[in-house]
Design a protein around this ligand. Structure first.
Ligand SMILES: [Cu+2]
Length: 407
């Protein structure tokens, strides 16, 4: 903890020392100038003296500046070292700069636009840029470092007390450079943990469901209520089910954990009424861990698989993360590009190969505007939109669903 206060103090010391020395020298030189003007004025001193060599003066004006510059170097160097020597226990967060926003990527894969960090923790930022050179600047922590495309740079700081500080871009990077701001939010440790785990649910449920895909379960069981070969997994937990035993007897049961385990491992011992025995037995196929994981998905999975987050909301989140709103407004205002308001299916005039073309902003046009914005340039706008080739079709679909809602 001390080290960080140290880094800030050392930077401040270097600054104050250099500033102080410069100020003192300014005062001395000014006073001497005034004194010489008066003392050696022509009326008092008509004949200039011709002095040849003065060992004392020469020694002084050599030694004193060397001492001053040496001390400046000392303060500068210790400040620099404090900023560059990252404590080993520092928490690592990645930073991606792009026109005109910052993206912070945490070890869990979670991303954010503001930098959220726990209090009193050393934090190391590994930084890069997606497009041009930017500069990551947090005055409160005395850190400023360029982010360079194709290269990694770093800074570190100690988060200190619960608080909020400004993040700025300190390298001119285009039209909306001045808006490339963000915040460091220093929060209590528990709050940080909570925040970090908050919407992990979404990726987690995806990861979890992937075991159902790997094991082939979803080839026969849907997550959305429809019947494929077997009953749906939606709301399966504690559902009332009629099962048929090999001897033909029927019984209504509640699909509790024990039943589900048996239905998976020894599927032939009890069949759900109305279905056949096509489900393979998994007793030699699943480890205990895998089975537990499947059960935990079945307990909640059916629900999660429902579009808890709608496509449009997902699209909005993607658009936000990708920085679309830095250039496109939702309310009709023109920032850098045309507003998203009413964009879908609107009539547009665009320039292609130097010629004006009238077209309708249908889904195909929008997909190509996002992936290859250079192809059609909307009339009266410039070519500043970067191509988003890395977006998957699903992500673009979600964005379009979102655009549909911006009326
Ligand atoms: Cu910038």
């Amino acid at each position: 903890m001390n080290e960080a206060a140290n880094a800030i103090n050392k930077v401040d010391n270097a600054f104050l020392f250099i500033f102080g020395v410069s100020f003192i020298i300014l005062v001395i030189i000014t006073l001497l100038m005034i004194y010489f003007i008066i003392r050696y004025h022509k009326s008092r001193h008509p004949e200039p003296a011709d002095i040849e060599g003065n060992v004392l003066a020469e020694t002084l004006w050599t030694v004193i500046p060397i001492l001053i510059v040496g001390a400046m170097f000392y303060y500068g160097w210790t400040g620099y070292k404090a900023l560059r020597d990252v404590p080993e226990n520092a928490m690592k967060i990645s930073v991606e700069a792009k026109m005109w926003s910052w993206k912070f990527i945490y070890p869990s894969g979670k991303t954010s636009k503001d930098l959220i960090v726990p209090e009193n923790t050393p934090v190391k930022l590994d930084m890069t840029s997606k497009d041009v050179i930017h500069s990551f600047y947090v005055p409160a922590y005395r850190i400023k470092m360029d982010t360079v495309p194709g290269m990694q740079t770093y800074v570190w700081f100690n988060s200190g007390k619960e608080s909020e500080y400004d993040i700025l871009c300190a390298e001119y990077c285009g039209a909306r450079h001045a808006f490339m701001t963000s915040k460091v939010k220093v929060v209590k440790k528990e709050q940080y943990e909570k925040w970090l785990n908050e919407d992990k649910k979404i990726p987690e449920s995806k990861v979890d469901i992937s075991i159902l895909e790997d094991k082939g379960c979803v080839d026969c069981h849907s997550m959305d209520g429809s019947v494929i070969v077997g009953p749906t997994f939606k709301d399966i937990f504690n559902r009332k089910t009629v099962v048929v035993y090999p001897d033909g007897k029927k019984k209504e049961i509640t699909a509790d954990e024990e039943y589900l385990k048996n239905a998976i491992l020894n599927s032939q011992t009890e069949l759900v009424e109305g279905f056949d025995e096509s489900m393979p037995e998994y007793k030699d196929e699943l480890t205990k861990d895998e089975l537990d994981k499947i059960i935990s998905i079945l307990k909640t999975g059916g629900k999660k698989a429902e579009p808890e987050v709608s496509m449009a909301d997902k699209g909005k989140k993607i658009a936000e993360d990708e920085g679309c709103f830095d250039c496109h407004s939702l309310d009709g205002e023109i920032i850098v590009g045309p507003s998203f308001k009413g964009l879908l299916d609107r009539d547009t005039v665009a320039i292609k190969d130097g010629k004006e073309v009238k077209l309708k902003a249908d889904v195909r046009y929008i997909i190509s505007s996002i992936k290859k914005p250079g192809e059609y340039i909307v009339k009266d706008f410039d070519e500043s939109m970067p191509p988003y080739e890395h977006l998957t079709d699903d992500q673009i679909k979600a964005i379009i669903e979102f655009l549909r809602t911006v009326k």
